[in-house]
Design a protein around this ligand. Structure first.
Ligand code: NAD
Length: 257
């Protein structure tokens, strides 16, 4: 990742928890928050990926910690938040980047139920669980910034990806509902809705589907992890104080509403 535009002290004395931090967008956001002097708990189901991610980050002014956890397990989320508060005194930022694609070229007639349930469990139920305990933790201080990862597929629907598109539409509804629930606190809840971003998740797509989705982006290219991290870091900064329950587009011109 390039650190060209970092704001050196933006996250000084702030504590962030990032799920899915072992790869892709979660890794890029973790790196940027730590480069901007924050403490980041990097959480992922894949411990080996976390080790490798930590190695790629190198020296940063902030503090990085690792936590193996499964976003679909309520006890994992609850314990991680409690441990974070016990160790660091508070939790300011939670960013939900854990996610899976599931089938990417299966129309519903061929889409098996167990895959559908699995994609909803990780992407939507996992976001519910982590956000629920994030809110309970942040209410102790009355301040917080929560970011969820939706997708343009949740607004438009990507054919062949019923589970993924449904899960991301669910994340949009979740964000809009709970943003209003806590709008009279200093806790904001927002989501990003990116088009295709160049990450390992994108590489796992069916190749024809990847070129189809890239072709739908007017800028004619995939987004980069740096571009997502730059936007995400603004949304979770203290400066972003008048947006909640919002779905922010990041789509190279694909989103039209
Ligand atoms: P990625 O595959 O590179 O990283 C996802 C990480 O989530 C992995 O490290 C994986 O181990 C972790 N994970 C999976 N299941 C988990 C679980 N149950 N508990 C904890 N961690 C788990 O993916 P990415 O491209 O960085 O995507 C991050 C998020 O952004 C996802 O929610 C994805 O749907 C969303 N998104 C991605 C794109 C894209 O084009 N890459 C576009 C829109 C939205």
């Amino acid at each position: 990742m390039s650190n060209g535009m970092i704001i050196a002290d933006r996250f000084t004395d702030q504590v962030a928890l990032v799920t899915g931090a072992g790869s892709g967008i979660g890794l890029g956001i973790s790196q940027r928050i730590a480069a901007e002097s924050g403490t980041v708990i990097m959480a992922d189901i894949d411990g080996a990926a976390l080790d490798a991610a930590r190695d790629t980050i190198g020296d940063v002014p902030g503090t990085l910690r690792q936590a193996v956890m499964d976003v679909t397990k309520e006890a994992d989320a609850r314990d991680l938040m409690e441990n974070t508060v016990a160790r660091h005194g508070k939790l300011d930022i939670v960013i939900n980047c854990a996610g899976i694609v599931g089938p990417s070229a299966a129309n519903i007639a061929e889409y098996d139920l167990s895959s559908f349930r699995k994609v909803l469990d990780v992407n939507l139920v996992g976001s519910f669980i982590v956000t629920k305990y994030a809110i309970k933790t942040m209410l102790r201080t009355g301040y917080g910034r929560i970011l969820l990862m939706a997708s343009i597929s949740g607004k438009e629907g990507n054919p062949g990806m019923a589970g993924y598109s449904t899960s991301k539409a669910g994340v949009i509804g979740l964000t809009k509902a709970i943003g209003k629930e806590y709008a009279n606190t200093q806790i904001t809840i927002n989501a990003l809705a990116p088009a295709m971003i160049a990450t390992p998740l994108a590489q796992s797509l069916d190749p024809d589907k990847l070129s189809f989705l890239t072709g739908k982006i007017p800028m004619g290219r995939l987004g980069t992890i740096d571009e997502v991290a730059a936007f995400a870091c603004w949304i979770v900064s203290p400066e972003a104080s008048f947006s909640t329950g919002a779905i922010f587009d990041l789509s190279g011109g694909r989103a039209t509403y």
